[in-house]
Design a binder for this molecule. Structure first.
Ligand code: ATR
Length: 275
């Protein structure tokens, strides 16, 4: 039997863990999946996608810096991709139309709720950052019906724009925007979606946002404790998670979309943690 071909497209791409994650899913499920990494030229993401599907490829994951371009390129988008404004999963539908989905939000929600047992329903959530990464996950987090989501960002106008964008799908959840210095009460869950740590920075938050039971979630991950989680631990946080589980869960949801089977994620998360 020949394998069906999948790939992740980005630039750069050599660091990507997706080929490893999907080959673990393939062995676990016995699905005939071959998954590679493709570095698209910055000027020709569209050509790379076209060529991949013309050669019979079945599905693509999309990563930095092409997620918005993937969203624009698609002929149709799922509702969660529409809200996210970015796509990390592409495939051809039954009519051969290029379809975009976004599994990042589903990934973070599953990691928090299923893997870490964190209740988001009725929770007071502080989200740090208002870029593409945060926009990508707000819809699925809102669907869990938290009591409030406060979006804090260095550029407050970007946080305000997200509040405006998501208010129509916010239901009973109170959505608000502010700067980093403003929040001074404890939250149930704090999600770091800024890229500040890439510059060795920390959002200038008050330690008052952290109480004993506050769950800290950094969407970044690294071998050592992330910069943000280290800061949170120093302020007395007792529950800190990084984004490795989110990475595996978003991959599992892409695999489910393509293959109709949900792979078990826990053994894969453990295997990657031990790499
Ligand atoms: P991504 O796709 O990773 O979300 P992005 O859209 O460029 O990338 O957004 C990066 C986010 O990290 C933004 O919220 C950004 O704040 P601004 O909107 O004010 O630019 C935030 N960020 C980046 N560097 C930061 C830093 N040094 N301190 C605090 N926030 C930072």
């Amino acid at each position: 039997m020949t394998n069906d071909l999948y790939a992740v497209v980005g630039n750069p791409i050599s660091h990507s863990k997706s080929p490893r994650i999907h080959s673990l899913f393939a062995s676990e499920t016995g699905e005939p999946v071959e998954y590679t990494a493709i570095q698209a030229p910055l000027y020709d993401f569209a050509g790379t996608v076209k060529q991949f599907f013309e050669r019979g490829g079945k599905g693509l994951n999309v990563t930095v810096p092409f997620k918005e371009e993937a969203w624009k390129l698609a002929d149709r988008r799922t509702e969660r991709a529409e809200n996210a404004g970015a796509a990390n999963t592409l495939f051809l539908d039954d009519d051969g139309l290029l379809t975009a989905d976004n599994t990042d939000g589903c990934g973070i929600v599953r990691d928090l709720v299923v893997n870490h047992g964190v209740a988001l329903k009725a929770a007071r959530i502080l989200v740090l950052g208002a870029g593409g990464a945060v926009r990508g996950v707000l819809g699925p987090i809102l669907a869990e019906q938290p009591s409030s989501i406060t979006i804090a960002n260095r550029t407050v106008a970007r946080a305000e724009a997200l509040v405006e964008l998501f208010t129509p799908v916010a239901g009973e959840t109170r959505l608000s925007a502010c700067g980093f210095e403003q929040p001074d009460e404890p939250f149930d869950v704090i999600i770091n979606g800024t890229s500040a740590s890439l510059q060795g920075d920390l959002p200038p938050l008050s330690s008052k946002v952290i109480a004993q039971g506050t769950v800290i979630y950094d969407m970044m991950y690294s071998l050592q404790t992330t910069t943000f989680n280290q800061w949170a631990l120093e302020q007395g946080a007792q529950i800190v998670h990084d984004g490795l589980g989110m990475l595996v869960e978003q991959a599992a949801e892409s695999f489910r979309i393509w293959r109709g089977i949900s792979p078990a994620t826990r053994p894969v998360i453990e295997e990657l943690r031990n790499d």
